[in-house]
Design a protein around this ligand. Structure first.
Ligand code: GLU
Length: 457
């Protein structure tokens, strides 16, 4: 069975790149009837992992990603890590190193002066004398110092590292007994039964160290997939400079989670030239062999394009629900369906949609200066006044249209003479969805009142 995981370090929010990693792992597990696990990598106790975990769960909920089993906190597993450190010590695969900080600094300086790669020189590897006093030792793994470490990366293909170039006997437990990052990852992935690790290729350099540990511990090495990073539009690694990186900011900006997930899945994965993927399709089609080797670019306009697609296509009930978060209560509005259907065609975000709806539903407080100057004059006010007289019953949009055409014929006027001044009267601006739909939504009485308000301005 495929078992994947998402293993964020607590930062207080879910990063957009993290969500992509989570999504890939989630999809791979779901596509194969496997398991998707969540682990909070909070061994650095200075950070508040509870809050950070809550932020991740909140973002998962919003995106409707579910994980299997209990969320695992590394901070609750220190005893377990200690056990395995001891095991490696007992088996002679790891050892205590009593080098002081001064000694380490001196070694580093020497190596730098000789233009060598700074690395631990193994001086305690075979030590069995009396430990120096007053020094709490670190524990180091006996790493292979020559030969190669090879693995077949699911994205990058055959990867080879020369041990002599990259390894030394690296630390697995610090002098205060806390385990190091690479060590906890390996213990947890192995004990949680993780078979496939999909993660950013910024972790590629950790992989040989982790393989050393898997082998020392006698655990099976999982399959790794190192996915290329997401860049901003300037080709630099995506950061706050490029816009929001917190997933929940996208919710606040009026994106639907479907759009964000669809956007993210395509940033680094493809299925032919297809662009639109529902969650069901993603689950069916996702295959990590089509993950991209090269970095992708975060393209905000593509995200907007996908968002308008989903705003156009999700159900009415769903939009009513979403729009509540933007201060729009459509439950009390008689023609809510018509309002939503006419606005969803022209909105890139829910914020835009809610604002347009509010602009329609409330009487204008002021009139856009340009629109007023352009469309409001004695003639147009006269026409509006006359038009207001025929608004004596509530009709549907085509009923209003018919009645209006008749009215225009009788008054020898054209639709353009009426439509824009009417928009100014109704919304205070010269933009709105189809004018007849707008009249149906508001009803004759309300439109009459708005015309009157403009005339009496
Ligand atoms: N905790 C690591 C991070 O947030 C991820 C570790 C991994 O995926 O192996 O970058």
């Amino acid at each position: 069975m495929i078992v994947t995981r998402f293993a964020p370090s607590p930062t207080g929010y879910l990063h957009i790149g993290g969500l992509r990693t989570a999504l890939y792992n989630y999809l791979y597990a779901r596509a194969n009837g496997g398991k998707f696990l969540l682990r909070i990598e909070d061994t650095d106790l200075k950070r508040n992992s509870k809050e950070a975990a809550e932020a991740i769960v909140e973002a998962f909920k919003w995106c409707k990603l579910d994980f299997d089993g209990e969320m695992v906190y590394q901070s609750s597993r220190f005893d377990l890590y200690k056990e395995y450190v001891q095991k490696l010590l007992d088996e002679g695969k790891a050892y205590k190193c009593y080098m002081s900080k001064d000694e380490l600094d001196a070694l580093r300086k020497e190596q730098e002066a000789a233009k060598q790669r700074p690395k631990y020189d193994g001086r305690y590897r075979e030590f069995n004398g009396m430990p120096p006093e007053g020094i709490e030792p670190v524990v180091r793994i006996k790493a292979p110092l020559d030969g190669v470490i090879e693995f077949n990366d699911g994205v990058k293909g055959e990867i080879k590292f020369n041990c002599a170039d990259i390894l030394d006997d690296f630390i697995i437990a610090r002098s205060d007994g806390t385990p190091t990052y690479n060590f906890t990852v390996v213990i947890d992935d192995a004990l949680m039964g993780v078979t496939d690790v999909i993660r950013g290729d910024d972790h590629l350099s950790n992989t040989p160290k982790q393989i050393v540990l898997y082998e020392a511990l006698g655990f099976k090495v999982p399959k790794f997939y190192h996915v290329a990073m997401i860049n901003g539009s300037d080709g630099q690694k995506l950061s706050k400079r490029h816009g929001a990186t917190d997933v929940m900011e996208y919710k606040k900006m009026g994106y639907l989670s479907e759009a964000l997930l669809n956007f993210l899945v395509r940033l680094g994965w493809s299925h032919g030239d297809d662009e639109i993927f529902s969650m069901d399709e993603m689950k069916k089609l996702f295959d990590p062999t089509h993950l991209s080797k090269s970095a992708s670019t975060f393209n905000q306009s593509k995200l907007e394009w996908l968002n308008s697609h989903y705003i156009k296509t999700v159900s009415f009930e769903r939009l009513v629900d979403e729009l509540k978060h933007f201060g729009l209560n459509l439950k009390e509005i008689k023609h809510a369906k018509l309002l939503v259907d006419s606005l969803r065609e022209r909105s890139k975000t829910l914020v835009e949609m809610a604002n347009s709806a509010k602009a329609l539903l409330n009487k204008p407080k002021e009139y856009d200066e340009k629109a007023y100057k352009k469309f409001i004059n004695e003639n147009s006010l006269n026409l509006l006044a006359k038009f207001s007289e025929i608004l004596d019953e509530d009709l549907n949009a085509s009923g209003y249209e018919e009645k209006t055409i008749k009215f225009l014929e009788e008054n020898e006027a054209k639709l353009k003479d009426l439509a824009q001044p009417l928009r100014v009267a109704i919304t205070g601006t010269s933009v709105s969805p189809s004018i007849f739909e707008v009249i149906e939504i508001l009803g004759s009485k309300e439109v009459k009142e708005r015309i009157e308000k403009l005339i009496n301005k």
